[in-house]
Write a protein that binds this ligand. Structure first.
Ligand SMILES: Cc1cc2nc3c(=O)[nH]c(=O)nc-3n(C[C@H](O)[C@H](O)[C@H](O)COP(=O)(O)OP(=O)(O)OC[C@H]3O[C@@H](n4cnc5c(N)ncnc54)[C@H](O)[C@@H]3O)c2cc1C
Length: 1160
């Protein structure tokens, strides 16, 4: 199937060959007919699946920050795409101008914009003025052929929030000048105004850098296969018309020979490939000189290995030669809200992206062999420190000098992308994946441009100024192992080294006469060859077609660190030769020699196209390749290859790859037998042609066939191609939600937008409730009933025990029966002492084990609305854990029951054992007193007295206290909090909490929610206290509502004496200013009668500085913490305010927040 671009070339060639004299420009009617022929059929799919969603996504932040927007559209045709946007976006457009030179289109557009009938409203319903349609082309004054002016000036009224070119740039050259002109027409004060282009051919805009770009490679155009339609269509594509009938007939033939036929000849449709690209620009599009003045440009001669990437013309490629250059790139990208790509070994298709700045890391190619220090927390071991510009071959050769190696891939030229995303090679079964060997890394942060040193980097090799990551140390190292291209620009990694082996390499080539033999041979190879190999062996299989016959090729690598290979005549060797026949070759090589070994396939087809081929690969993980269904798909895949060079490469897994738990590293797919690389190959001279397109389609077709039988996908080289979406969903197994949260936190501006795409939205349950209490109190019973209350209200709820992870690990280590450990009380009791000892020893080695378990539970249940976690320790879990799930609301409910009731329940029911860190069962400080009141050393969110028999009280409790978190009121309130990116400080998503009061009814709604969500008794509250300034907005109307007097806390010096005061550090927002001195706050000494119960109200809880000072102040006027409750409108758990308050001695103060927001 030809692309429109190649069709255009062919049509023009035909006209040139026929020496067509009079080429005429298309009249409006001819243009319109051609356009109609063009847009019929499934061309709409491109709009529906790409243009409308992309445009909606781009416009959403803009409309959220504006009351209305104005749009200028260039060449919309007879109908604007804006009319197909979602309702809430269309309604924001108040002013619409268009340049549409085609008279017919312009008239249609006018009519369409005015068309509304009974049920359907106007396409743009909120226009405040009549649409302004200029029936002239949009031209740039200094390159207009006839000097026509564009007809509008540049007065304030002629500035727009959005300028849109939707398939209208075809005749505009040079295109960058038109974009520059459009940029000048954006509203001046705004930084987020957009120029958006949708275009069908490649789009390179000299000297401009785009804000975002996306592609839709599967776009297609369908044309009715009849003469009339083809005449209009071919003239439209060629860009001119002719009266020469011979040429017209020739054009029809060209269309019919190049298009794919769908339906019956001359009745059906002709299909052409029409890949689509979107590029969006802001005012920052012209900021490149600022970057290139600071960071050296790459040498134009650097060959990017990946041929697909070479089609992507970056805005520029810079080649940093100092760490500060890399930092500057990131800071520049953050400042201008643009993305970057990073070039390592340049083997992937995503290291370059059109109109995006590429950062070539090749200068950072230093390698060192070092012995790790004690500070790394490991036994002394040898590490290889590798710069991000190193290639696999460099590392192996350097390590070999010290008798060592690192498990990497099969080819020497592959770069950092391999070890950061996985790295499967001949040593994987023996030593693990390449990413498993990473023990530390130096990287440039995507939030600040600062240098971060994560994990183990020996101190003398840590760059000056490198700091540990904020709070994400464990997470970041975890993420580097499999998803490491997504969180920062990696400058170097520390890799654990292993003894270097020698390799005995054996090859076989087995011809397969028919499909049945092929399936049987695959099954035999799987079960009796690969399945029997010890872990120092690894067998790669290839399915390929040569000499008109399907073949199974096998390369077996036997590694030995003693130099001795196994004997030829072992029973296994005999079995192998009985299955695979005579060995085709045998050699013994070292690590460098393995790289030198010709790839198995390179000998095929006369040297595999003379080596002049291009390829495209995707990789799935498979188990049981011998199973009939899997083997049949594999065989059918090779049979349907579009070029003779395509093949399947199966790399053996198991061994050390499987030893690591799926959730222990970001590389979440561990339990597989083979990584199946579906390898599409075509002659290099056919790059960009139909043959290349068909081969890539074949790869995705095979992926689609195999995906249901696969147990994961390899994340390396997946990119922002819609066809990769199903693979990404399988790439990281259960780790995907955790990675999404990290991406959200560590690259919030999506600077690394073109690496393996991770979801940008956090994927956590909305409400997480920790159910705590003593053994026998009925935690599981309550959690189960509470979950069902939510389920009855159509919310997805689940109960999970956090202690399961420990039991699982214990069972694996101690050889206990996991099933009985989970479900059989007596068995559990029997193992309790050793289970407790096991947990305690684990926690000594992994101090963040509880957090890890908590996160694993949260992210394995990300699909639910409400998650109940039982089996928790009881130590102020909300204060210690909420920052880990900043986008969720985390609560704890402490379940109580009398000693007698608990004893009865323990005797007759099967209760969870819980996980306790320090104390044995009943002697903890402050657990339950017999009268049913808590005497904990912290204040849980809620306490439920589970003394009564039956589920009624538990369910009523959930209806009264837990369900309201999903109430309409809170949802309404959330919508009133406007979000403003980068306000006050770069990377801060400022939430305008005080802005609630600026909404009609906002203050009333907020105060009524503060009143109803307070779980104490207002009648017993003596005073509502509040701090200047946020508290002053919300506390007074609340105090009026509940009829309680106010106590005001103000800056020192603003209240008349007598007062008491305390020092207060600035808040995290105000501390962002240039000077942020600490200040004092004060309260009237007699403002609160002693012994009163006080509710302290504030707008925000972030770091807790303000609340902490206010609580100290209340203490100074004689109010004990047991008499204070705090209510805030919004909480930002990322700043760990609750933890600070607890550390400062305010753990007993009950804190309630109406809203919870992630981020800063
Ligand atoms: C011929 C060939 C053989 C291969 N053999 C194997 C194999 O044996 N085993 C295996 O597991 N895989 C193999 N692969 C797949 C390979 O791992 C991926 O293509 C990998 O992405 C290549 O990394 P690169 O650095 O060479 O490519 P690049 O295209 O330069 O980088 C790949 C990705 O990593 C990102 N990246 C690179 N450097 C950095 C950095 N410093 N910081 C942050 N992000 C960075 C890039 O932006 C890009 O998204 C092979 C690929 C090819 C083409």
């Amino acid at each position: 199937m030809a692309t429109l671009e190649s069709l255009k070339r062919a049509l023009r060639q035909k006209a040139t060959a026929a020496a067509v004299g009079a080429k005429q420009l298309l009249s409006d009617a001819q243009y319109s007919a051609g356009y109609d022929a063009f847009t019929q059929g499934r061309g709409w799919v491109t709009y529906q699946d790409f243009i409308v969603p992309q445009l909606s996504q781009l416009l959403t932040p803009l409309v959220n920050s504006r009351v209305h927007i104005s749009v200028l559209e260039i060449g919309p045709g007879g109908v604007s795409i804006l009319g197909y946007l979602p309702d809430h976006l269309r309604r924001k457009i108040k002013r619409y101008t268009a340049f549409e030179p085609n008279g017919l289109f312009a008239t249609n557009l006018e009519e369409w914009l005015r068309s509304a009938s009974g049920e359907t409203e106007f396409p743009l319903p909120s226009l405040e003025t009549a649409p302004n349609i200029h029936q002239i082309p949009f031209i740039v004054e200094d390159c207009g052929e006839n000097g026509t002016s564009i007809g509008i000036g540049l007065g304030d009224d002629d500035k727009y929030d959005v300028v849109l070119f939707c398939h209208s740039m075809y005749g505009m050259n040079p295109k960058h000048k038109f974009i520059r002109r459009a940029l000048e027409m954006l509203v001046e004060q705004s930084q987020d105004g957009l120029v958006v282009v949708f275009h069908r051919d490649g789009l390179y805009l000299d000297g401009l850098v785009c804000h975002r770009t996306a592609s839709f490679p599967t776009g297609e155009i369908r044309v009715v296969d009849d003469d009339e339609a083809l005449d209009s269509f071919s003239a439209f594509i060629a860009g001119f018309t002719t009266q020469d009938e011979a040429v017209q007939a020739g054009w029809r033939d060209v269309c019919r020979s190049m298009g794919r036929h769908e339906g019956a000849p001359c009745q059906g449709k002709l299909v052409f490939s029409a890949p689509e690209i979107m590029a969006a620009f802001t005012r920052h599009a012209t900021a490149l000189p600022e970057l290139t003045a600071e960071v050296p440009l790459a040498d134009g001669d650097r060959a990017v290995k990946n041929r697909e990437a070479r089609f992507h013309r970056p805005a520029v490629t810079v080649r940093p030669t100092e760490l500060r250059h890399v930092q500057y790139c990131v800071q520049w990208a953050l400042r201008h809200d643009v993305a970057l790509t990073v070039i390592g070994g340049s083997h992937s298709g995503h290291c370059l992206w059109p109109n995006v700045v590429a950062v070539d890391m090749s200068y950072f190619d230093q390698l060192r062999v070092v012995v790790s220090e004690e500070e790394c927390g490991e036994d002394s071991e040898t590490l290889i420190l590798a710069g991000a510009g190193c290639k696999a071959g460099d590392i192996v050769r350097k390590a070999m000098e010290a008798g060592l190696t690192v498990p990497l891939g099969a080819r020497p030229s592959v770069g950092a992308g391999l070890w950061l995303q996985g790295g499967i090679g001949h040593l994987s079964r023996l030593y693990g994946l390449a990413c498993d060997a990473i023990v530390g890394a130096v990287m440039v942060s995507m939030t600040t441009g600062g240098i971060v040193s994560v994990g183990c980097i020996p101190s003398q090799h840590r760059p000056a100024g490198a700091v540990p990551p904020d709070a994400e140390e464990t997470d970041l190292l975890w993420a580097m192992k499999g998803a490491g291209t997504n969180f920062g620009i990696v400058v170097s990694v520390a890799l654990k080294a292993f003894p270097a082996p020698t390799y005995s390499v054996r090859e076989w080539a087995v011809p397969l006469h028919d499909n049945l033999e092929a399936r049987n041979k695959i099954a035999e190879f799987d079960k009796s060859v690969a399945g029997e190999l010890p872990r120092n062996f690894s067998a790669d299989a290839y399915l390929y077609w040569t000499n008109e016959m399907l073949h199974l090729g096998v390369t077996m690598f036997e590694t030995s660190t003693t130099g001795a290979g196994s004997q030829e005549c072992t029973p296994l060797a005999m079995t192998i030769s009985s299955i695979l026949g005579e060995q085709a070759s045998f050699k013994v090589v070292n690590g460098a020699g393995v790289f030198e070994t010709e790839m198995y396939m390179s000998g095929m087809h006369g040297g595999h196209g003379g080596g002049k081929t291009s390829s495209f690969k995707r990789c799935l993980f498979l188990k049981n390749i011998g199973e009939a269904i899997v083997a049949s798909i594999l065989v059918a895949a090779v049979e349907s290859r579009p070029t003779p060079f395509c093949y399947l490469h199966l790399l053996q897994g198991g061994g050390a790859v499987r030893d690591v738990a799926a959730e222990a590293t970001a590389f979440g797919c561990r339990d597989w037998d083979f990584a199946c690389v579906i390898t599409g190959v075509w002659p290099r001279n056919q790059d960009g042609t139909e043959a290349a397109i068909a081969t890539v389609s074949w790869v995705y077709h095979v992926v689609g066939e195999l995906l249901p039988t696969s147990c994961g996908a390899y994340g390396a080289d997946l990119g922002p191609d819609p066809r990769d979406v199903p693979l990404i969903a399988k790439a990281f197994g259960q780790n995907l939600p955790r990675l999404a949260r990290l991406k959200h936190g560590l690259d919030p501006r999506n600077v690394l937008a073109y690496a393996c795409p991770l979801p940008m939205e956090p994927m956590e349950p909305k409400l997480i409730i920790l159910v705590t209490g003593k053994s026998g109190a009925g935690k599981d019973f309550c959690a189960g009933h509470w979950a069902s209350v939510f389920t009855n209200h159509s919310l997805k709820a689940r109960v999970v025990s956090i202690s399961e992870a420990t039991k699982r690990e214990y069972a694996a280590t101690a050889g206990a029966d996991l099933n009985r450990l989970l479900h059989n009380r007596a068995y559990k009791e029997e193992h309790r002492p050793s289970l407790t000892a096991f947990f305690q020893s684990q926690i000594q080695h992994r101090p963040r084990l509880l957090e890890e378990h908590f996160l694993n539970v949260v992210y394995s249940t990300a699909d639910v609305d409400v998650l109940f976690i039982t089996g928790m320790r009881d130590e102020a879990p909300v204060a210690t854990l909420s920052h880990l799930v900043p986008d969720s609301r985390l609560l704890d409910v402490f379940v109580t029951a009398s000693k007698k009731t608990r004893h009865v329940r323990r005797t007759f029911c099967d209760q969870d054992i819980g996980v306790r860190i320090k104390d044995s069962k009943d002697n903890r400080v402050g657990e339950m007193a017999e009268d049913g009141k808590t005497a904990l050393d912290y204040s849980p969110s809620f306490v439920f007295d589970n003394e009564t028999i039956g589920h009624g009280p538990a369910r009523e409790y959930a209806e009264r206290y837990l369900l309201p978190f999903f109430g309409q009121g809170l949802q309404q309130l959330t919508k009133m909090v406007r979000s403003v990116p980068d306000f006050l400080r770069l990377s801060i998503q400022f939430r305008h909490v005080l802005g609630i009061s600026q909404h009609t009814g906002g203050l009333a709604l907020c105060t009524s929610l503060l009143e109803s969500h307070f779980d104490g008794d207002w009648a017993k509250v003596g005073v509502v206290a509040c701090c200047e300034a946020g508290g002053f907005v919300y506390a007074p109307p609340l105090a009026v509502r509940v009829n309680v007097p106010l106590a005001l806390i103000r800056e020192a010096g603003k209240l008349p004496p007598p007062t008491v005061s305390v020092a207060k550090s600035p808040s995290h927002i105000s501390s962002s200013g240039p000077s942020a001195p600490s200040e004092r706050i004060e309260i009237g000494r007699d403002a609160i009668p002693s012994g009163s119960s006080v509710v302290l109200v504030d707008d925000v809880l972030a770091t807790g500085e303000t609340l902490c000072a206010a609580l100290q102040l209340l203490g100074k006027v004689g109010i004990g913490t047991e008499n204070i409750s705090v209510m805030v409108v919004a909480e930002f758990p990322a700043h760990r305010g609750r933890e600070r308050l607890r550390r400062q001695g305010f753990g007993m103060v009950k804190i309630q927040s109406l809203l919870v927001f992630g981020g800063a």
